[in-house]
Design a protein around this ligand. Structure first.
Ligand code: G3I
Length: 327
């Protein structure tokens, strides 16, 4: 078929596999079950999947005594059928919380067992089937201070350590990550993430890695050397890094020139990851411009992913392949 990569077996997946790395994409159950080319492209190009929304608190735990796993189950089953691993996203976040929780006026003593039960139930259900979890997502603000979230307000900063301990108990095999954005290079946010996870290591909290989201813009992306330095200092703490949500958004029409610059950003970031031994996974937040959070959240912006709206590979795709092929 025209414009389809992979006819020669040269896929992101095959090259990543050869280098012992995971290459992944965030997925939604609607297109996964409804658009054959979505599922075909995923199975061909990726060996790791992240449910984009299906494992968030409000989705899995819609009322206090009821859990729903239909969407997450469908994604996990697809991954297993296609020999892919799953990243779990996310157990503790301040968004997508159900009303029963946020309007419940729970005290600290009431909220702790609720969170414990939630983590135990969700992680326990996928024990052995989800290889890495974003246990806590975005606990720090852009200035690096604690974000004054629902969890922070009632429990205090200790919620982070507790969440990791409970996740470890629920699945001792799963790798546990702290995930955040804006800390990919160097600077205040990156320092704050580093200090947070350094403290966790010192306290003996079971954390295995840091997820760097990497939602970047064509005109503002981190310096590769700074990202390399960031990966390196996390490695020195004994931590893995996953690039967890990469996209490169473009403002206005996606001209050839912009797509070429976008391709360089993708290539540079993947190269930095490949050069770092502790950077085991490189995940995009989606894979096709047909299904991306960007246009809805940033009107006038889009074309952020390696495949276009018709599932055709963009210059970014070819740049990623080149990066993977280059020793
Ligand atoms: O499920 C409803 C659907 O029934 C309805 O028809 C539709 C109408 O707009 O909305 C659907 O829900 C939306 C959902 O995405 C699925 O498309 C929610 O309104 C919308 O808020 C939700 O946005 C997600 C957002 O997180 C909030 O959960 C985005 O898809 C998702 O890409 C985004 O992902 C986050 C990561 O989890 C954390 N890091 C940042 C990243 C981007 O914001």
């Amino acid at each position: 078929m025209l414009n389809r990569p992979g006819q020669t077996g040269e896929t992101l997946r095959s090259f990543a596999q050869a280098r012992g790395r995971y290459i992944g994409a965030a997925v939604a159950p609607g297109p996964l079950l409804g658009e054959p080319v979505y599922a075909e492209t995923l199975a061909r190009e990726f060996n790791m999947l992240t449910p984009e929304n299906a494992l968030k608190f409000g989705r899995t735990h819609p009322s206090r005594d009821r859990y729903t796993f239909q969407d997450a189950d469908a994604i996990v089953a697809f991954a297993q059928a296609n020999g892919m691993v799953v990243r779990g996203h996310t157990l503790v976040w301040h968004e997508v919380l159900p009303r029963w929780l946020t309007a419940g006026a729970f005290t600290r003593d009431e909220l702790l067992p609720i969170l414990h039960e939630h983590i135990t139930t969700v992680v326990g259900r996928y024990r052995g089937q989800i290889s890495a979890w974003d246990v806590v997502n975005e606990a720090l603000g852009s200035d690096g201070a604690w974000r004054n979230t629902f969890w922070y307000k009632t429990i205090g900063p200790e919620y982070v350590d507790l969440a990791f301990r409970w996740a470890r108990e629920a699945d001792p095999q799963a790798r546990l990550f702290y995930n955040d954005y804006g800390g990919e290079g160097m600077g205040r946010k990156s320092d704050a993430i580093y200090e947070l996870v350094q403290g966790m290591r010192r306290r003996g909290v079971p954390i295995d890695g840091v997820g760097l989201q990497m939602h970047v813009r064509l005109d503002a992306s981190p310096e590769p050397a700074e990202v390399a330095a960031s990966l390196q200092r996390l490695a020195a703490l004994g931590l893995a890094v996953h690039i967890t949500e990469m996209d490169v958004r473009i403002q206005g029409p996606a001209t050839e020139e912009k797509l070429t610059r976008q391709a360089s950003i993708y290539r540079d970031m993947l190269r930095v990851c490949l050069a770092a031994e502790n950077c085991g996974a490189f995940v995009f937040w989606g894979f096709t411009d047909r299904h991306s959070w960007i246009p809805r959240y940033f009107p006038g912006w889009g074309a952020a992913l390696p495949f276009d709206e018709a599932y055709r590979p963009k210059p970014a795709y070819r740049a990623l392949i080149e990066a993977l092929k280059t020793p």
